[in-house]
Design a protein around this ligand. Structure first.
Ligand code: PRP
Ligand code: MN
Ligand code: MG
Length: 179
């Protein structure tokens, strides 16, 4: 996939180290509690798969599928729930797992939505953070790696649906999304 990758921004080793650290923090913080981890599809699936295996306490796992970007590279600001969670989160601690926080619109909307269902708490864990693009405020308890305002792909992140399966976080060549 060298034809679309400008350069690697975050290596697999750096991601692994970050995931390990977040996994142990989460395991410590929720020890003895009822925790439901909600992965945000599609982008969150790779990070969640890695993170879940670095969490050493029993947890319930579920997924919610939302989309705000569609096929374009810009957020439309409209968050669409494509598949909701199946688990009842009332009286439980919830941890939302995302690949990236960009404008914050997706997570801001999700947190508000899940809070209406009576959970004990709702926190966020995100692999990547692009703070320069924030439009909506979000409190992120478990923050991974801060990145500059570049179009990134890989580690779950797509461009027009593709390249989620690249193991590293890579910068997409400008000519790909500008044409
Ligand atoms: C991407 C990404 C986050 C969200 C972040 O998802 O995976 O979920 O956008 O952007 P925001 O902070 O500006 O809301 P996308 O809507 O592209 O769907 P996908 O995960 O299926 O690719
Ligand atoms: Mn997403
Ligand atoms: Mg996307």
């Amino acid at each position: 996939m060298d034809d679309v990758v400008e350069r690697v921004l975050i290596t697999k080793a750096e991601l692994d180290r970050q995931v390990e650290e977040l996994g142990s923090r989460i395991s410590r913080d929720y020890e003895g509690e009822e925790l439901v981890i909600i992965g945000v599809l599609k982008g969150g699936f790779i990070f969640l798969a890695d993170l879940a295996r670095k969490i050493s306490i029993p947890v319930d796992l579920d997924f919610i599928s939302v989309s705000s970007y569609g096929d374009s590279s810009k957020s439309s600001g409209v968050v669409k729930i494509i598949k909701d969670v199946d688990i009842n989160i009332s009286g439980k601690h919830v941890l939302i797992v995302e690949d990236i926080i960009d404008t914050g619109l997706t997570l801001n909307h999700l947190v508000e939505l899940l809070k209406t269902r009576g959970p004990l708490s709702v926190e966020i864990c995100a692999a990547l953070d692009k703070p320069s693009r924030r439009k909506a405020e979000v409190q992120v308890k478990y923050k991974g790696i801060e990145i500059p305002d570049e179009f990134v792909i890989g580690y779950g992140l797509d461009y027009a649906g593709k390249y989620r399966n690249i193991p590293e976080v890579c910068i997409l060549k400008k000519e790909i999304y500008q044409k």
